[in-house]
Design a binder for this molecule. Structure first.
Ligand code: PDD
Length: 293
């Protein structure tokens, strides 16, 4: 397949590869009408997908959570993802993958016959800016008012959209969410804190997304003997943290150095973050070398 220009990349809609400006979804698609679907964003570096198996496992889990049969096995998904990466105009790509419950009459209940809509497209994957990595980013907090199944990666993102806009309005990089005084996650990231040298993060519950980058960070903490624990984190602990980190497939690992206008710890990315950043980058390089081998 030929590679397309950045303005009009090749996308895959229901198995057909075509330029983005020719891809059409019917207005009766339940993704459009109800936000009835799920998605993934799968990073690829130097055209090598990163942690593809984990993303496909989470996709399968999200589909089961909304009672939509997985239209493909992992082998077929991997083939589609690799084809989108290969035809992308960039070497570093985030593959956006969406599955909706397809088209039907506008009725809330599922249609009798479901023909899911399957869409994949490449997004340019910019590494976090040097200055954001070196100095950290600012975040605000907000009450987490999303639904109670945030463990499913659904395309119904209005809650996340409105909450994320609060940080944009405040000139910040992310909104960190608290539900009844307990840390859940960011609007598009997971959150970890460091207190007294220990890396802490909330447990997996239906109230937050099990992030793939977060999983990598915890694996690396374990592998490198960094003290860590998974347990509920109260707002007071978040505000008193020595370090706060956010993780996501697009941001990788970033330090939050300012929360609601107050410095976090020294106001600079902390020593444990610096160590994690080093091992994360080493791990990423090793995965890419193995992918090319
Ligand atoms: N978002 N929590 C939420 C609510 C997210 O939307 C994301 C990722 C994460 C981090 O998950 P991962 O490490 O698997 O990317 C946590 C993607 C990047 C997005 O919506 O663009």
């Amino acid at each position: 397949m030929t590679r397309a220009g950045a303005a009009n990349p090749i996308v895959c809609l229901n198995g057909e590869f075509l330029p983005l400006d020719q891809a059409r979804v019917p207005v009766m698609d339940r993704g459009f009408l109800f936000g009835d679907g799920v998605y993934e964003v799968i990073p690829a570096y130097d055209r090598q997908p990163f942690r593809l198996a984990g993303h496909l496992r989470r996709l399968d889990r999200s589909l089961a959570g909304i009672r939509l049969a997985n239209p493909h096995d992992d082998g077929k998904w991997a083939e589609l993802v690799r084809a989108v990466i290969e035809s992308a105009p960039w070497d570093d790509v985030g593959v956006l993958l969406q599955v909706t419950r397809g088209s039907g009459p506008r009725e809330h209940a599922f249609p009798a016959q479901v023909m899911p809509t399957v869409f994949l497209m490449p997004l340019a994957l910019q590494p976090p800016e040097q200055v954001a990595v070196a100095r950290g980013v600012a975040a605000v907090t907000a009450q987490d008012n999303r639904w109670l199944r945030c463990d499913l990666k659904t395309i119904s993102l209005l809650g996340n959209v409105l909450l994320r806009q609060l940080s944009v309005d405040a000139g910040c990089a992310e909104t960190i969410l608290l539900r009844d005084g307990w840390l859940t996650e960011g609007t598009a990231s997971n959150v970890l804190i460091v207190r007294d040298g220990v890396l802490l993060t909330p447990p997996e519950t239906p109230l937050l997304l099990p992030g793939i980058t977060h999983e990598v960070v915890l694996e690396l903490a374990r592998a490198h003997g960094m003290a860590h624990a998974t347990r509920p984190i109260h707002e007071d602990e978040l505000r008193a943290a020595d370090e706060i980190w956010i993780t996501s497939s697009t941001k990788e690992v970033l330090a939050v150095t300012c929360l609601d206008g107050h410095p976090v710890g020294t106001g600079r990315p902390g020593p444990i973050f610096q160590r994690m950043l080093r091992v994360y980058r080493e791990y990423k390089r090793a995965v890419m070398r193995a992918g090319r081998a």
